[in-house]
Design a protein around this ligand. Structure first.
Ligand code: TEU
Length: 562
């Protein structure tokens, strides 16, 4: 391994916290910064290196903080700047780094910039956003992810113009064409770096360059707006400027949320010689198994492990020479890992959660692990639209209803993939509201908290929680699990995922049964191989695996692929 290419952010395990749902310290039903402070020792006990917090800035919460009205202030629900300073110091004292969420593709419509911008065409802030004059006719179709009509242009009487919003009507897109806007963004980033934070996750950063002057969607995109939005003409010019002006001056990490990134173009973002960002995460895995992506409808046929393996292997290969990858199986935009990729029935929840944890922590690339997955928390599967709080789920419901679409199918799909499944409050213990709040939680607590909770799992050496800790410490003790070459060994096997990781003279074999039946990996290896960890009390020492079994072995001679 080339020592030059070793970096702390490559060796890190990132733990993502959705602050709204982690711990409420003041009984208002919403998680907050003091709640996270209370749980710092818990976070430390996991062994993770970096915490990524979803947006904590002032916001009217149309989209839970992804609509920012003041980039230098803390959201009222979450606390004060003093709380933030204490949280950051508490993390650093414990050797944990803190990464915040930069939402710079759009602001809130309640940001003073937009309040000014909408006043008149001559306003000095007019050019902070994208406006289309109505006398030029209706603007060309642009898809909005959260609009009740799917329309990204909103008409404003006041100035007889439309403004652009890829997300909700309360999330107008900032105009990066305007150098003053870019300077504002850099100043915000500097403000937080100067406070001592350790990096940014960059929300839909792939969308910041717009296709001005807004032509019709070229036919080669075949209606794929995500791809189109991610290929703006000045995107890389902006990212290079951002790197030059700010990022290069600090020892921090950056990770792009990368909708629209592909294995063909991702190195343009993360290859070291490009001087843009450190990492990016793609959507190929989360998009698996959809019948209609824009409307969030699932394919009844489900998803295939063979396809899953292909995607992870294709993405791993990109970073053989340059750049660095990421792995994740869930975050605040997706359902619970075990419900989506494992089996959340009482019989298999525990074992399949551990299997998925084994996967995430034995792949090459920085793992992003979502809070609550260490307990095997599951989807809540709401029956009623009234229970949802997420603007995306609610507005797509309205859209499908207005189009006369099949709402039953929609609601069934949401039980599998709606974002609120991954946003229900953290299950700390079996007391009222799972110990999350003494008030009324902003989103219902999953009723399985009496069984699935951190306190119960602390007490059991074999719990998901303790298995996660063991896996984190295994990864941290074996550089081969971080940097080692990845080789897929059983491409066509429909039930088992099996791969090796190799670095210098160390070789590891990972066997994962993704099915609820016993299954065999298509490999042979010598029986004096050492088992490092497994999710059953007596791990398998050969290629036969029990339902959802996971084993990591050290191999002393050869693996033979059958
Ligand atoms: O998410 C963007 C996002 O996940 C999708 O809209 C994506 O572009 C699309 O599904 C691609 O298939 C980020 C945040 O993670 C999310 O929570 C916010 O709601 C959104 O941006 C707006 O800020």
């Amino acid at each position: 391994m080339n020592e030059q290419s070793r970096k702390w952010w490559k060796e890190a395990v990132v733990y993502q916290i959705y602050p709204r749902s982690f711990k409420d310290s003041n009984g208002d039903g919403v998680g907050d910064l003091r709640g996270i402070i209370e749980k710092l020792d818990y976070i430390k006990s996991l062994g993770v290196d970096v915490v990524w917090l979803n947006p904590i800035f002032a916001s009217p919460n149309d989209d839970n903080g992804y609509d920012i009205s003041d980039y230098r202030a803390i959201m009222d629900d979450f606390g004060s700047m003093d709380d933030f300073d204490e949280l950051l110091a508490g993390m650093h004292e414990r050797g944990i780094k803190l990464v915040l969420d930069l939402v710079a593709n759009h602001s809130s419509d309640e940001h003073v910039w937009f309040q000014e911008s909408r006043k008149s065409r001559e306003n000095p802030y007019r050019n902070y956003y994208h406006w289309w004059n109505a006398e030029d006719g209706a603007p060309p179709k642009r898809w909005s992810f959260f609009d009740v009509n799917g329309d990204a242009w909103q008409f404003e009487e006041q100035t007889n113009s439309y403004y652009l919003h890829y997300f909700s009507v309360k999330q107008p897109d900032l105009n990066w064409e305007n150098p003053i806007v870019r300077k504002e963004v850099y100043d915000i980033i500097k403000f937080w770096f100067d406070k001592g934070i350790d990096g940014f996750r960059m929300d839909v950063i792939t969308f910041v360059s717009k296709d001005i002057p807004f032509k019709d969607l070229p036919s080669k995109y075949d209606g794929n707006f995500v791809q189109y939005y991610a290929e703006g003409p000045r995107l890389h010019e902006y990212l290079q400027e951002l790197n030059r002006e700010v990022l290069s001056k600090y020892d921090i990490m950056t990770v792009a949320e990368g909708p629209g990134t592909t294995t063909e173009n991702v190195l343009d973002f993360v290859a070291e010689d490009r001087r843009e960002l450190n990492m990016s995460y793609h959507f190929d895995i989360s998009n698996l198994g959809h019948r209609n992506l824009a409307k969030k409808l699932m394919d009844p046929a489900g998803w295939s492990l063979v396809e899953f393996k292909k995607i992870f292997s294709r993405w791993d290969a990109v970073f053989n020479e340059k750049g660095w990858g990421t792995v994740y199986l869930g975050n605040h935009d997706f359902p619970r890992m075990v419900s989506r990729w494992g089996n959340d029935s009482p019989e298999y929840r525990d074992i399949s959660s551990k299997m998925l944890t084994t996967f995430l922590l034995t792949m090459r690339g920085t793992p992003y692990y979502y809070f609550g997955d260490e307990l095997g928390m599951t989807n809540i599967r709401f029956d009623n639209i009234e229970d949802y709080r997420d603007i995306m789920t609610i507005n797509l419901h309205k859209l499908i209803e207005s189009e006369g679409g099949d709402l039953t199918e929609y609601m069934e799909s949401q039980k599998l993939i709606a974002r609120d499944n991954g946003r229900t409050p953290m299950q700390w213990d079996d007391s009222h509201n799972a110990g999350f709040t003494t008030g009324k939680p902003w989103l219902k607590v999953n009723p399985n908290y009496e069984e699935v909770n951190a306190a119960a799992q602390e007490a059991h050496p074999d719990s998901c929680l303790n298995y996660f800790r063991d896996m984190v410490s295994l990864r941290k003790s074996e550089p081969a699990l971080v940097y080692g070459k990845y080789t897929l060994l059983d491409e066509g096997n429909k039930s088992v995922y099996c791969y090796s990781r190799e670095l210098d003279d160390r070789k590891f074999l990972v066997l994962l049964n993704f099915s609820e039946r016993s299954a065999t990996a298509d490999v042979n290896f010598s029986l004096d191989s050492g088992v490092l960890i497994g999710n059953y009390p007596e791990p398998s020492t050969n290629a036969s695996l029990r339902p959802y079994e996971a084993v990591v072995l050290e191999i002393y001679d050869n693996i033979i692929t059958i």
